[in-house]
Design a protein around this ligand. Structure first.
Ligand SMILES: Cc1cc2nc3c(=O)[nH]c(=O)nc-3n(C[C@H](O)[C@H](O)[C@H](O)COP(=O)(O)OP(=O)(O)OC[C@H]3O[C@@H](n4cnc5c(N)ncnc54)[C@H](O)[C@@H]3O)c2cc1C
Length: 458
């Protein structure tokens, strides 16, 4: 029987492993981080969100808000890889597995969504109605554990605390994965197929590997900006219609694309530590509430000539922001940003919004992000306020930087196989083909289904 190695225990790797092991394949899943329960303990001990938030069994979303967007073109575009009806079926399939393991069943589009869409259109914004469900950070780890148990009952082998260090290729075909276990012991797992799904944490590793193996790649766009925090009341009207409302704005000055992303009603802003820099994020929980709603407000940047590397550009912006924040994320009132002065704790206290993340430095976002991005954010919030009044109030809090690196896209086929290396598949955020739990899982399934098809034909 063919040997299949999957790199990364996030949704992309997990769902690929689920499908393959359920169909009787010999699969080894390797995950460099901790197991779910150990992650839970490690996170509880961390002052601010450390590496265990983004790494470990279940992947970066496990201790996140667990908002699931059931739309083939949100969080990536699955229609690039499958006809729309097939892409929709994949999403339903992923949803069914999550639901069978404890995620809530209900996911409907509110009848008021169409009205909001029209209102937004009249104000020059785009609102995208989507079916959504909210699992919540405190429930998702149990869902992940339950899926994992089922996969192991299918015969899946899971290597926790084990990192893939290299992928071996012989005569243009994948032949194995070099690994290092938690004790530092190195070995090679022979493999007839590999699915590399290392997530954002492993995207640089994947890029280095692609360069070394002569696999073509291109840089994806960077989404960079701030996390906005307002009182729940400001967002209530739209979050009642959809938990995570998706607004797209095109700014007049630069004709740039700005969007809302990952909204967390009654949620909390967190800091993620990427070693050389910090970036903010947000989550909300099923059983713990704040008085605030937060959402990411992000400007899309693509680079062409002479620099195409959006990852490097995004990282350097985040590093600058981290420098000016003294190693922490920056917090600023929108009123202070507009008035051209930094925020201080004294000024923040004048705000009607109490920050949910105080492990930050009150400062000046204009010193941290490029002027074009700051201009887009301020203009974009003013435009958004036409549909969400109050969102551009001077009390509104902004945390920076927030960056979503959809960094590289390997040269891949529609089945997610690397064009230059046979039987090497990629899936999920690290490969630049998704940006969310559901789409990442769906890309894992696309790769898995192709392997199953080949094995059946063999
Ligand atoms: C704080 C936060 C909140 C989020 N909230 C949401 C949300 O509400 N809804 C939503 O849809 N999405 C959310 N996301 C995004 C979502 O989690 C990701 O889109 C999704 O998890 C990507 O899945 P993935 O499998 O591609 O990668 P990941 O989930 O990142 O998993 C990759 C895994 O691979 C492991 N790995 C990396 N390199 C190696 C290696 N060399 N060897 C072995 N293992 C390796 C990593 O440790 C990691 O566990 C959030 C993300 C974060 C960080």
């Amino acid at each position: 029987m063919s040997k299949i190695v999957i790199i990364g225990g996030g949704p992309a790797g997990m769902f690929a492993a689920y499908e393959l092991s359920k169909n009787g394949q010999e699969v080894t899943l390797i995950e460099s981080g901790l197991d779910v329960e150990d992650r839970r303990k490690a996170i509880a001990k961390e002052d601010s969100a450390g590496p265990h938030y983004i790494s470990g069994m279940g992947g970066s979303g496990t201790f996140s808000d667990g908002k699931m967007n059931l739309h083939p073109q949100i969080g990536g575009d699955l229609t690039e890889f499958a006809p729309r009806s097939e892409a929709e079926s994949l999403i339903l399939y992923v949803d069914r597995i999550f639901t069978a393991h404890g995620a809530p069943k209900e996911a409907e589009i509110s009848p008021d969504a169409r009205k909001l869409e029209i209102r937004a259109m009249r104000e020059g914004l785009k609102y995208i109605p989507i079916r959504q469900k909210h699992v919540g950070s405190d429930l998702l780890p149990d869902v992940v554990s339950s899926i994992r148990k089922e996969m192991e009952s299918f015969g899946l082998k899971v290597l926790i605390g084990t990192s893939a260090t290299d992928i071996t290729v012989e005569k243009g075909r994948v032949s194995g994965v070099k690994i290092r276990d938690k004790k530092g012991k190195e070995s090679t797992l022979p493999a007839d197929y590999v699915i590399a799904a290392p997530g954002r944490a492993g995207s640089q590793w994947l890029l280095d590997l692609a360069k070394e193996k002569g696999i073509g790649f291109r840089y994806g766009p960077l989404d960079i900006g701030v996390r906005v925090e307002v009182p729940n009341e400001v967002m209530e009207e739209v979050t009642k219609i959809s938990w995570d409302p998706k607004f797209h704005v095109r700014t007049k000055r630069y004709d740039d694309f700005v969007r809302t992303f990952c909204t967390n009603p009654s949620g909390f802003v967190i800091t993620e530590n990427y070693g050389k820099f910090v970036s903010v994020n947000g989550h909300s929980m099923k059983n713990k509430y704040s008085n605030n709603t937060n959402f990411a407000f992000l400007v899309r940047i693509s680079l062409t000539h002479p620099v195409e590397n959006t990852t490097q550009y995004g990282r350097s912006i985040c590093m600058l922001a981290t420098t000016i924040g003294g190693g922490k994320a920056i917090l600023q009132r929108l009123g202070d940003l507009k008035a051209g002065h930094r925020s201080t704790w004294e000024r923040i206290e004048k705000s009607y919004v109490e920050p949910t993340n105080k492990d930050v430095t009150p400062g000046d976002i204009a010193m941290a992000l490029p002027a074009r991005i700051v201009g887009d954010l301020v203009e974009g919030l003013d435009m958004l306020a036409k549909v969400v009044p109050g969102v551009n109030d001077q009390s509104t809090l902004l945390y920076a930087p927030e960056a979503k690196f959809k960094s590289i896209r390997l040269e891949i086929t529609k089945k997610l196989e690397a064009a230059q290396v046979k039987n090497l598949f990629t899936a999920g955020d690290g490969a630049g083909v998704s940006g969310g739990i559901i789409p990442a899982a769906a890309t894992g399934l696309i790769a898995a289904k192709e392997i199953l098809r080949r094995e059946k034909d063999a």
